[in-house]
Ligand binder design. Structure first.
Ligand SMILES: N[C@@H](CCC(=O)N[C@@H](CS)C(=O)NCC(=O)O)C(=O)O
Length: 210
C-alpha cells in the first residue's frame, strides 16, 4: 500500500497513527501540496478533492478522505466495533470531525502557523467563535466520559484528537474546557510518541495558498 502524504497534515497523521497501532507497513509518497502536487490530473483521479491523505491499495485503487481511510484500515480490529450501532457511533464522531473540527480548529491552526491570519481577517472571528462552540460541545459530551464512542478507544478518538489536541496552536484558549483537556491527556497517553506531529515550518512553501 502507498500513502500519499504531506508532513504537516494532521489528517494524514490520523492514518499514520492507526497504521502504527496496527503495525501496517506501507510506502509513503510525499506531495508538496503548496506547490500544487495534489492538483495534477493524475492525482485528481485518486482524489477528486485534490488533497492528501490518499491511500492507494496494491491493486491501484485509491481511498481518499482521512476518516474513510481509517474506516477501511480499522475494519476487524479493536479500533472499530463490529456491532452496527456501535460502528455508527464511531462514524458519528468521524463525520463530526470532518464537518466541525476541520473547518474550525484545523483551519485556524493552518492560518495561525503559516502567517495567514491577516489575509483571512474577514473570516477569523467567525471561525474562532465556531471553534469555541465545537470545543464547548465536546466539553459537554466528554464531561464524565473517557472516550468518544462506546466507552472505549477507537478511530473516533484518533480522528478528533488529531487537530483538537493542537487547538492551542490555533490560538484557542483551553482553560474553559477541562473535560476536553483531560480527554486529550488520556488519548495522548495511548497514542504515545511513535508518530510525531510534523510542522508546516519544515516546508518553505507553506506560506502559499492552497
Ligand atoms: N476532509 C479531508 C481534508 C483533507 C485536507 O484538507 N488535506 C489537506 C492537508 S491536511 C490538503 O491536502 N490540502 C491540499 C488542497 O486542498 O489543495 C480529509 O479528512 O482527508
Amino acid at each position: 500500500m502507498k500513502l500519499y502524504d504531506y508532513p504537516g497534515s494532521q489528517n494524514a497523521w490520523k492514518v499514520r497513527q492507526l497504521c502504527a497501532h496496527l503495525s501496517i507497513k506501507y510506502e509513503t509518497e510525499w506531495l508538496s501540496i503548496f506547490e500544487g502536487e495534489s492538483h495534477t490530473d493524475a492525482f485528481f483521479e485518486c482524489n477528486p478533492a485534490g488533497a492528501v491523505p490518499v491511500l492507494q491499495l496494491d491493486d491501484g485503487r485509491c481511498i481518499a478522505e482521512s476518516n474513510a481511510i481509517l474506516l477501511y484500515l480499522a475494519d476487524g480490529s479493536d479500533y472499530l466495533p463490529d456491532d452496527l450501532y456501535e460502528r455508527a457511533k464511531v462514524a458519528q464522531w468521524l463525520f463530526f470531525e470532518a464537518d466541525y473540527v476541520q473547518s474550525t480548529i484545523a483551519t485556524l491552526r493552518h492560518w495561525n502557523l503559516t502567517g495567514k491570519n491577516e489575509r483571512n481577517l474577514g473570516q477569523l472571528e467567525k471561525r474562532r467563535t465556531a471553534a469555541q462552540g465545537v470545543l464547548g460541545n465536546l466539553e459537554r459530551y466528554l464531561t464524565g466520559k473517557c472516550f468518544l464512542a462506546n466507552d472505549r478507544y477507537s478511530i473516533a478518538d484518533i480522528a478528533v484528537y488529531a487537530y483538537t489536541h493542537l487547538a492551542h496552536e490555533a490560538a484557542l484558549e483551553m482553560t474553559a474546557f477541562p473535560a476536553v483537556t483531560a480527554w486529550i491527556d488520556r488519548i495522548g497517553e495511548i497514542v504515545g510518541d511513535q508518530v510525531p506531529v510534523r510542522y508546516y515550518a519544515e516546508d518553505p512553501h507553506s506560506k502559499g495558498d492552497l
